[in-house]
Design a protein around this ligand. Structure first.
Ligand SMILES: *[C@@H]1O[C@H](CO)[C@@H](O)[C@H](O)[C@H]1NC(C)=O
Length: 92
């Protein structure tokens, strides 16, 4: 009876297809060569995550806790710092 394994295969395929969309990824591309000013990228799913480029590779970082005690600071992509959520105006 091979039919019992079919639902399991279907579930695994469904998981594999649905995962990439929910994964955190840098928004944009790191330059292949570092310039004088470091390049930072925001995250596709989290306001609290940013990436620092180094030799074409984006390294993920998380902003420090919000001093107010609720959650973490958000990435302000205008000035490339972790900022208060009300300043960063992240719309994710
Ligand atoms: C980022 O920080 C600057 C300087 O504090 C602020 O003026 C700006 O509103 C912040 N947010 C965005 C989305 O630029």
């Amino acid at each position: 009876m091979k039919s019992t394994s079919l639902p399991l295969v279907f579930l695994v395929v469904l998981l594999a297809v649905s995962l990439p969309g929910s994964t955190a990824d840098p928004v944009g591309t790191c330059p292949a060569v570092d310039g004088a000013i470091p390049v930072y990228l925001p995250d596709s799913v989290s306001c609290e995550v940013f990436y620092e480029c180094s030799n074409g590779l984006a390294t993920g970082n998380i902003c420090p806790p919000n001093p107010s005690g609720v959650g973490n600071l958000h990435w302000n992509k205008s000035i490339n710092v972790c900022d208060y959520p009300e300043n960063a105006k992240c719309s994710l």
